[in-house]
Ligand binder design. Structure first.
Ligand SMILES: Nc1nc2c(ncn2[C@@H]2O[C@H](COP(=O)(O)OP(=O)(O)OP(=O)(O)O)[C@@H](O)[C@H]2O)c(=O)[nH]1
Ligand SMILES: [Mg+2]
Length: 336
């Protein structure tokens, strides 16, 4: 049966997936409950939301155990998207951040060097993306706080070590450990289509994190052959060979990330003035004039009448409605 969910509900669900603290989660879940259309086609989904509300409330009232959650990390999202760097020990995750960002993160020949999440900003043209260096994940080791940090990210970079014959096993272990906590590393973003309740239930119950596979140490002997094997097994993923040490393959990495996370840039101008080309707004592909306007100021939700636009598929200065779909590098002038 079709669930007939509104865009508002889908947005609320997306916010829930990014929520970290139990308080935030509860607020988002209550929001989803308020927005879900109440009919037979959403019975199971309503049940799942109620179940999650009860779960979070239990979390909130349970006596705090110092043990597990003593290191809750929340990495405030900055820039166009937040990507967590996951991988086995010594894959070169910290080396990647050292090469691409100014983050101070330790690189060392021995494994288990990184113990906490370390964010760094990577520049791409006039915007930045946030990479988060993480401790390694192995069969026997995964810091419990990593789960929340991974779940809150927009995408993941799964870094594999081309000097290791076990690199596919490493990938399986990492994916398996995350599957268990209902975080699924997937090739690309799930298409938001007209959904059945089952599909929506799946999306609400779990996090699907678009993941690119970065094969590091391409400079080392035997790397090419192992790369071919990874390409075969991860044919549906974006697979990039790089050397984080020498920078090989990283010259175009910003562009790769930009395309992968599916965002666009919009510039604003005021009537009679030049556009502000310094500070683009970054929005997901498919975003409308209204979505951009709301980033400028939330009052536009009520007040926006139309926009004039310069960019793709329009005449310069053409008037468009609130629901006009934007393209990368469009310039808009908002009118109330
Ligand atoms: N040859 C070569 N060595 C690399 C490359 N990238 C990283 N290394 C080396 O691999 C070792 C581990 O690098 P790190 O960046 O510390 O690895 P990590 O994945 O952060 O390791 P953990 O923090 O323990 O999980 C260091 O000695 C790096 O210099 C590369 O592209 N080529
Ligand atoms: Mg490290």
């Amino acid at each position: 049966m079709p669930a007939n969910l509104t865009p508002q509900f889908i947005k609320a669900r997306a916010e829930f997936q990014k929520a970290i603290t139990p308080e935030e989660k509860l607020e988002c879940l209550n929001n989803m409950m308020a927005l879900i259309p109440k009919h037979k086609g959403t019975d199971k989904l309503q049940g799942e939301i109620r179940r999650r509300i009860a779960e979070v409330k239990r979390d909130l009232t349970a006596p705090k155990k110092a043990s597990k959650r003593s290191h809750g990390y929340k990495i405030p999202r900055e820039g166009g998207a937040q990507l967590v760097v996951l991988g086995p020990p010594n894959a070169g995750k910290s080396q990647l951040l050292t090469h691409l960002t100014r983050a101070q993160t330790d690189v060392a020949v021995y494994p288990f060097t990184t113990h906490k999440p370390i964010p760094g900003m990577m520049k791409f043209e006039d915007i930045q993306f946030q990479l988060v260096d993480m401790p390694p994940i192995t069969k026997d080791y995964m810091e419990p706080w990593m789960i929340d940090v991974v779940r809150a990210a927009d995408a993941a970079i799964l870094m594999l070590d081309l000097t290791s014959d076990d690199l596919l096993d490493h990938a399986d272990v990492i994916k398996g450990r995350l599957d268990k906590v209902r975080i699924h590393l997937v090739a690309k973003e799930t298409e938001e289509t007209e959904e059945t309740e089952e599909e929506e239930l799946r999306l609400t119950a779990a996090t699907f994190l678009p993941t690119m596979v970065l094969c590091n140490k391409i400079d080392c002997p035997g790397a090419d052959q192992r790369l071919e094997i990874v390409r075969e097994f991860y044919a549906d993923h974006k697979v990039l060979p790089v050397s984080a040490l020498h920078g090989t393959g990283l010259g175009t990495f910003g562009r790769e990330v930009f395309d992968f996370v599916r965002v666009l840039r919009v510039y604003t101008k005021e009537p009679g003035k030049k556009a502000d080309m310094e500070q683009p707004y970054v929005l997901p592909i498919g975003a409308t004039v209204l979505d951009a306007a709301e980033m400028v100021h939330q009052d536009f939700r009520k007040n926006l009448k139309y926009a004039r636009i310069w960019g793709t598929g329009v005449h310069d200065g053409q008037s468009v409605k609130r629901d006009h779909v934007l393209h990368d590098r469009d310039v808009i002038e908002l009118h109330i």
